[in-house]
Design a protein around this ligand. Structure first.
Ligand code: SF4
Length: 386
């Protein structure tokens, strides 16, 4: 199949937040005042620029991420959805997700987003405990999160929410209880992330100074196993390392990344992988919001240097992404997408050992990590990828 005929996933980045969470390394910025009109216009301009070179390709999903996209005016979201639907060819039932934080002000915009065409919302709940929310630097309370979840369930056909576990001082019993409480509110999808310490964050400094008591490796593994068990009891399967869904309710947009499909990234710091004239092009936008907007106003786009992704890099990227998925990587698609046979991209001896050890499944036409393998994915990939 011609990769440029595959449905496209479109990511739109809103780079602003009310405050910077101490664990977060996303491209997010705090401003006293946001010029909504200016950033809306710049996003629309850059979207039109990207679409002009891609042509009217089928569009499978739009994802408004951030930052905090629930700080966008619903009219901005609506205008971008309309533009995308005109510039591309939406597939029937196109998934349109917006990430939202559950403060009451943001929840107040839900009806507006739904009217604008958003059909799936992903809520950054993170914890159901007020003290932990405060420590995570979140701007909402547990009661607000509950209210936002109830509202999302009434307004949107699909919704998901995120929780962070393996938090400082968290016990297995406390996480199990919190997760059960969350699952009682869940619909068909949940993202459950283990807290990681990212370079350049406030948490990194605290961790270095010994001010964050994180769970040791053994407890972290138990927390991960418990997460999977509890989600499964509720009918949500781990389809990716940190994502759980009822079959058929997976995030189609995120599946496009993990399956190494084409995606366009619009807005400050957004990345893309696009099949253009027999090449796979890695796109990247200027990270800082105001300089990005200036470039868009001047040039029609805020793109920094673009690079062709070489065949070995395509193979590495697809392995890194695809082994996160419970379904793994289809060997035929791997060869089409990367130009390299799967057997030539991995150490086949290591594969045999990993199958023996129970970290990889023994499927003939697919490379698939087992649940045990996904638990130690970094080490598995380091050994497997040539
Ligand atoms: S709200 Fe989200 S994107 Fe913004 S700082 Fe917090 S974690 Fe990062």
């Amino acid at each position: 199949m011609d990769p440029s005929a595959e449905p496209l996933a479109l990511y739109i980045h809103w780079p602003f937040c009310l405050a910077k969470c101490p664990y977060c390394d996303f491209n997010s910025h705090v401003r006293e005042r946001i010029d909504q009109g200016r950033f809306a216009a710049a996003l629309r301009t850059e979207l039109a620029w990207e679409a002009a070179r891609l042509g009217r390709r089928p569009l499978a999903s739009i994802f408004f991420g951030g930052g905090t996209p629930s700080l966008m005016e619903p009219a901005t979201v609506g205008a971008l959805i309309e533009d995308a639907a005109r510039l591309f060819a939406p597939v029937p039932g196109m998934e349109i997700t917006l990430e939202a934080n559950p403060t009451s002000v943001e929840a107040g915009r839900f009806a507006g987003y739904r009217a604008a065409g958003v059909n799936r919302v992903s809520l950054g709940v993170q914890s159901l405990h007020d003290e932990d929310l405060r420590r995570l630097g979140r701007q909402h309370s547990s009661a607000q999160a509950m209210a936002a979840l109830d509202l999302a369930a009434r307004i949107f056909p699909r919704f998901s929410f995120d929780l962070i576990y393996a938090r400082p001082g968290q016990t297995l019993a406390a996480w199990r209880a919190e997760l059960r409480q969350a699952l009682a509110r869940a619909a068909d999808h949940l993202s459950l992330y283990q807290l990681t310490i990212e370079p350049g964050t406030v948490y990194e400094g605290m961790h270095r100074r010994g001010e964050l008591a994180l769970p040791d490796e053994e407890l972290a593994a138990e927390l991960y196993d418990t997460t999977g068990e509890e989600a499964a009891r509720f009918g949500l399967a781990a389809y990716e390392v940190s994502n759980y869904a009822r079959p058929g309710s997976e995030s189609r947009h995120n599946l496009a990344y993990w399956r190494y499909g084409d995606y366009a990234g619009i807005g400050p710091g957004a990345h893309g992988r696009l099949s253009i004239a027999e090449r796979l092009v890695a796109t990247r936008r200027h990270r800082a919001p105001e300089p990005w907007a200036e470039r868009v106003e001047r040039d029609g786009h805020g793109s920094t240097a673009e690079e062709n992704v070489t065949a070995p890099d395509r193979a590495r990227e697809m392995l890194l992404m695809g082994l996160r998925l419970a379904e793994g990587i289809d060997a035929a698609r791997f060869a089409t997408r990367t130009g390299i046979a799967l057997d030539r991209a991995i150490d086949v001896e290591v594969r045999e050992q990993a199958i023996e050890a129970g970290y990889l499944a023994g499927d003939p036409d697919r490379l698939r990590a087992t649940a045990e393998g996904r638990k130690r994915l970094d080490a598995l990939l380091a050994a497997l990828v040539v």
